[in-house]
Write a protein that binds this ligand. Structure first.
Ligand code: BCO
Length: 311
């Protein structure tokens, strides 16, 4: 069952359940904010488009692994307004990718992302516009995390501010040996607003999140592994012969998790996602619904016919 169909089912189930039903409706649409919250998607898109520069590029490969590249190297891959809109459009394309299994998010020219473009930030520094941008990016990054693809942030160079927040919107993070993730928000007189703090707490726990945010600590691969922000460290392609490029290493790392047909991999992501985000009863019911999509399916029947042993 495609994620949209699953969401429709959840929507139907929750439509008559008051506040909880409304909450489920938001989960099933993938978005955090809708017009109920005074969020006007078209208005903020128009405002963001007024700050152009760079692009967010999507390459969907036959292997089922897509590569999303944050591409604004002259500004260390800072996200301009038009790139935020690009990002949201690429997420929509990925939501409709039925053959996909995984996604790698990376930055161009060997650095990840230096956060929001400070030129755009200065121009929209009034609280109303800041809140609208914040809601737009929370929606986009929440939908990114909720894709039925296994996602990996490939962090080379620096992931700063909003760039660090983007890295938390993936299921996993792989860090190049000289890379740094840093929530610099405190130095900017800010806190994360793109959902990065909420996700960070879930990834590293509240004690570690408080240290990383309050200290604006530079998280190198060693600290990343220690606190659980990093899931692996890439070999230096220069230092180690045959290591492969960072992108090849990320694809290799992913390969053990995406063997098998796309519907099964997507089903795995869906049950983990619902277990991560939903209360127990709702997560269990969703797991049952997803189970129903693979039970008796082609991969299941083939495995039964081959009398497979799991030695
Ligand atoms: C809710 C969202 C919160 C946020 O994301 S707030 C933004 C947080 N990010 C920042 O403050 C990053 C500020 N930039 C830096 O610290 C440094 O540029 C950085 C990334 C460490 C790189 O340092 P260097 O290697 O020395 O390179 P550099 O400073 O000469 O930078 C090269 C060019 O890139 C530009 N750049 C880097 N980060 C940018 C940004 N976020 N917005 C706009 N432009 C940015 C920088 O101004 C420089 O441009 P130019 O060559 O002087 O024209």
């Amino acid at each position: 069952m495609a994620l949209c169909a699953l969401r429709r089912q959840l929507l139907k189930r929750s439509s008559s359940c008051g506040a909880w039903g409304r909450c489920m409706q938001r989960w099933s649409s993938g978005c955090v904010y809708t017009d109920v919250h005074g969020f006007n998607q078209l208005e903020i898109r128009e405002k963001l488009q007024a700050f152009p520069g760079g692009s967010v590029d999507l390459l969907k490969q036959d292997s089922g692994v897509a590569v999303l590249t944050i591409n604004n190297p002259s500004r260390m891959n800072a996200l301009s307004g038009s790139m935020m809109v690009d990002l949201e459009e690429r997420v929509s394309q990925l939501e409709n990718w039925t053959d996909g299994k995984a996604l790698i998010v990376r930055g161009a020219a060997e650095t990840f992302c230096s956060g929001s473009d400070l030129n755009a930030v200065r121009a929209i520094s009034n609280p109303q516009d800041g809140m609208k941008m914040c809601m737009f990016m929370q929606n986009a990054l929440t939908r990114l995390l909720r894709l039925s693809l296994i996602s990996v942030a490939l962090v080379e160079g620096r992931a700063l501010g909003g760039g660090a927040e983007l890295a938390t919107a993936c299921d996993f993070r792989l860090m190049a040996s000289d890379s740094v993730i840093q929530f610099v928000h405190k130095h900017m007189g800010l806190v994360p607003g793109w959902g990065g703090a909420t996700r960070l707490v879930r990834i590293v726990g509240s004690q570690n999140a408080l240290k990383l945010l309050a200290g604006a600590l530079k998280v190198d691969p060693e600290l990343g592994l220690q606190v659980g922000l990093a899931d692996g460290v890439l070999q230096d392609p220069q230092g180690q012969e045959g290591a492969g490029t960072p992108l090849q290493q990320a694809e290799k790392w992913l390969s053990s998790y995406i063997k098998g047909p796309a519907p099964v991999i997507q089903a795995v992501k869906k049950v983990v996602l619902s277990g991560r985000e939903l209360p127990l009863s709702e997560a269990l019911r969703t797991e049952k619904d997803v189970f129903g999509t693979v039970w008796g399916g082609p991969a299941n029947l083939q495995a039964l016919a081959s009398k497979s042993k799991h030695k």
